[in-house]
Design a protein around this ligand. Sequence first.
Ligand SMILES: Nc1ncnc2c1ncn2[C@@H]1O[C@H](COP(=O)(O)OP(=O)(O)OP(=O)(O)O)[C@@H](O)[C@H]1O
Ligand SMILES: [Mg+2]
Length: 259
Amino acid sequence: MKNQSPYYKAIGKEVEVFEQTYASKIPFLLKGPTGTGKSRFIEFIAHKLNKKLITISCHEETSSTDLIGRYIIKGAETVWLDGPLTTAVKEGAIIYLDEIAEARPDVIVAIHSLTDHRRELFIDKLGETIKAHEDFMLVASFNPGYQKGFKELKPSTRQRFIAVSFAYPKATLEAEILVNETGIDANTAKKLVNIATKIRNLTELGLTETVSTRLLVDAAKLIHNGLPKRLSVEVAIVEPLTDDLEVIEALKDLCNLMI
Ligand SMILES: Nc1ncnc2c1ncn2[C@@H]1O[C@H](COP(=O)(O)OP(=O)(O)OP(=O)(O)O)[C@@H](O)[C@H]1O
Ligand SMILES: [Mg+2]
């Protein structure tokens, strides 16, 4: 039985663009702030194309060895163990390198030959070069707005990808997502989206990241489960955004008026 498709509401032409990018065997870069549906999109599209998806959350310790593979000791022997990237290259899966800019520089070096016309992976520890399977695709995400430890992607890396920006959906679509994701009523969904729109426009608060669709979904879930609306908004939207007590108070007042 084919399992159910993850729910994803298209915001623009990202589905068509991805399908053409896949057919053209070009890597794909998802750009955008936290909670804008990047991960959900890739789960949805992998399901739609009926491809296996391997996701790696990159962090500052992620090295090429983690992705490509390593020798491990098994009893009296050392055996080679393929890493997730090597597995994806061999099996023709989609590999999703989430937050690729966070990874160590050797990861970027390792993917360069995979992300141009060569489509091959060099496994230095084995002295082997493997050609990518027909169906293999490399997808990466990147949050250009990260404040702390801001990391950029080099042009020589960026320009190997087709890139699509993910942003917050327009109000009607976002409300529809809340209803679909949580079962909340349309009226409350609309109010939550109005709160988000208001806070997103309050640039003077100096928030580093603003209300994401994810936070709205969380608030909607709490409300749908019976937690009072004001409390839900406070703990799901206001508190995760900032630790500045004055800003918290100001946002709470604003939300109380709007929910
Ligand atoms: N277009 C969309 N269709 C359906 N659900 C969405 C959409 N956009 C956001 N969501 C909801 O928002 C939640 C967060 O989205 P997701 O985890 O994909 O964000 P992300 O962009 O990957 O964030 P991060 O950069 O933090 O990893 C999802 O679990 C889903 O409930
Ligand atoms: Mg994600």
